[in-house]
Design a protein around this ligand. Structure first.
Ligand SMILES: [Fe+2]
Ligand SMILES: [Fe+2]
Length: 324
């Protein structure tokens, strides 16, 4: 059984003195709640009666990075593009499973705090539940548009194991990884719009990324406030060790990338009838794993706002994850 609140500091008096971190300057829960109310959307409003156009690429080539592999024909490259679009929503929806529980653990230690703070965290959790619904809808609509089923790394057992493993880490590294993931979602949207090479920006898919980021934007603000609140009670060494935990979480997440790439390889061969040789499969697996890590881990942990938070918390810790 995971004890999710064992290491959460108790915020006595309901007020958290977080202002000594520069990264929380001009961030407050009242503004976060007001923005959250203003931009709120429903899954139905995003999809309306639209579907994905599978006669074209759905995500940018840079999300897949297999164009240099001459042994793949045009149809196979396009199928890989559609499979990567699927993998993204599949992984994101499942990665987000731990977030409401993580936030609930924070709330339980601060239930008597100011109303705006609690509302911001409760809205944050509810919005993540809605995002899971959004990504699940995208999974099923992509399959319907493509006319075939896509391989899924996560089943119920793997989701429970992954979520438990995430929640077994202390709150600060969990909050930091979450923050990086959320800033990464900003880049996913920006990249999908700006990378217009070829036809890799399906309008419906772009809207999914856009509206997800619109709400994640508030989550990054709540995220920095929570990170500051958690860090202020910790000794320097404990903050530094949070970055060791981030690497541990990185290992957990990386295993899901590798697992989902295996699903992409299997689905590609099933759908196209192509039988890859062992050497072709090895080369393709490596390329797909590399692009999977690039679109998730690289864009998140190299985001300048995340790097600023990491360095201000602990230069030594940040260096452990390659931020100097
Ligand atoms: Fe989300
Ligand atoms: Fe979020």
């Amino acid at each position: 059984m995971v004890n999710i609140d064992a290491e959460i500091p108790i915020f006595k008096g309901g007020q958290m003195a977080t202002a000594h971190y520069k990264f929380v300057h001009n961030v407050d829960y009242h503004s976060i709640v007001a923005a959250s109310e203003k931009v709120a959307w429903t899954v139905g409003e995003i999809f309306r009666d639209r579907h994905f156009d599978v006669t074209k690429n759905i995500v940018p080539d840079s999300w897949v990075c297999t164009q240099h592999l001459a042994f793949l024909n045009g149809q196979e490259q396009r199928t890989l593009n559609h499979l990567r679009a699927f993998s993204y929503v599949h992984l994101f929806g499942n990665f987000e499973e731990f977030i409401p529980i993580h936030l609930t653990a924070l709330i339980q230690q601060d239930w008597h705090a100011d109303r705006a703070h609690l509302r911001a965290l409760l809205r944050f959790g509810e919005e993540e539940m809605k995002h899971q619904q959004l990504f699940l809808r995208a999974e099923t609509d992509l399959e319907a548009s493509c006319g075939y089923s896509c391989g899924r790394y996560f089943d119920k057992d793997r989701l429970m194991a992954f979520t438990r493993a995430m929640l077994a880490y202390p709150p600060l590294p969990r909050a930091l990884v979450l923050l990086a993931l959320e800033w990464g979602s900003q880049r996913h949207y920006v990249d999908s719009v700006q990378d217009k090479v070829g036809d890799g920006s399906d309008p419906l898919y772009v809207d999914i990324l856009k509206y997800h980021w619109i709400e994640e934007n508030q989550h990054t603000k709540s995220g920095v406030l929570e990170v500051a609140a958690l860090a202020q009670f910790l000794a320097t060494e404990e903050i530094t060790s949070a970055f060791d935990h981030i690497m541990g979480i990185g290992g957990l997440v990386d295993a899901t990338f590798v697992g989902q790439v295996e699903q992409e390889l299997a689905t590609l061969q099933y759908v196209t009838g192509r039988r890859l040789t062992e050497s072709e499969a090895t080369v393709l697996r490596e390329a797909l794993c590399k692009s999977m890590r690039a679109i998730w881990a690289d864009v998140a942990f190299t985001h300048p706002d995340f790097q600023r938070v990491a360095v201000e918390l602990s230069k030594e810790g940040a260096a452990k994850i390659g931020i100097v």
